[in-house]
Design a protein around this ligand. Structure first.
Ligand code: ADP
Ligand code: PRP
Length: 189
């Protein structure tokens, strides 16, 4: 038996971490696990349940094959631990906080994956990044530019396996729509 990979993507600041936190218990009730990412961000940085490592540690882990998926974006490196393959093989669904830039590579490895794109109006995104206060204004500008570029590209592909979820409104509504999307796809699987 094999579980499904759910690949959640969306710009930095669109609310992926908030959504996963808010939906965590209800996802667990559905047998869906959320993987903890490895990120080259200082361990003190708040806002994500991730393991913070140095650039060198990340490179060593990558060379040792510790990651099922890994990518570099926004000046950071991100890794998805290889243990997700054991979880999938055991029949658990696994939700991954992914990257739009890495979408094709991820799909090459997991062809059946469900892709959920979290979107948010660009002006709202800007406000949320400023309010989060984690990045400098220059870093926020770079994220906004990356968002405009990538959303256009991902949406232009007109991918039937892509589910768009807008998070410009209340987070609770987005949680409900994410769960509905997952349940609907389970029913079709
Ligand atoms: N629906 C929402 N309404 C208002 N604020 C939100 C909503 N979703 C997320 N946020 C806020 O936006 C900021 C970015 O969210 P975060 O979860 O860190 O995004 P990401 O993980 O995609 O980078 C956070 O400060 C978070 O509290
Ligand atoms: O290719 P992209 O879709 O642009 O994604 C690049 C990275 O940015 C996002 O991270 P996150 O939201 O955690 O950003 P942060 O590092 O600013 O928190 C996303 O989860 C990817 O890891």
């Amino acid at each position: 038996m094999s579980g499904r990979l759910i690949y959640l993507i969306g710009p930095s600041g669109s609310g992926k971490d908030s959504l996963l936190d808010a939906a965590r218990t209800r996802l667990a009730e559905r047998g869906c696990r959320i993987v903890r990412r490895v990120i080259t961000r200082s361990a003190e940085a708040v806002g994500e349940a991730a393991l913070g490592v140095s650039t060198q540690q990340f490179a060593e882990m990558e060379a040792q094959g510790a990651f099922a998926l890994s990518w570099h974006a926004n000046g950071l490196s991100y890794g998805i631990p290889r243990e997700i393959d054991d979880w999938l093989a055991a029949g658990d669904d696994v939700l991954v906080n992914g990257s739009r830039g890495h979408l094709q590579n991820a799909r090459a490895r997991y062809p059946q994956m469900l892709v959920v794109l979290l979107t948010v109006d660009q002006a709202v995104l800007c406000e949320r990044l400023l309010a989060r206060g984690r990045e400098s204004v220059a870093e926020i500008d770079a994220r906004l530019a990356r968002n405009a570029r990538f959303n256009k590209r991902v949406l232009a592909d007109n991918d039937p396996a892509l589910h768009v979820l807008d998070n410009s409104g209340a987070l609770e509504n987005t949680v409900e729509r994410l769960l509905a999307c997952i349940d609907e796809q389970s029913a079709c699987a």
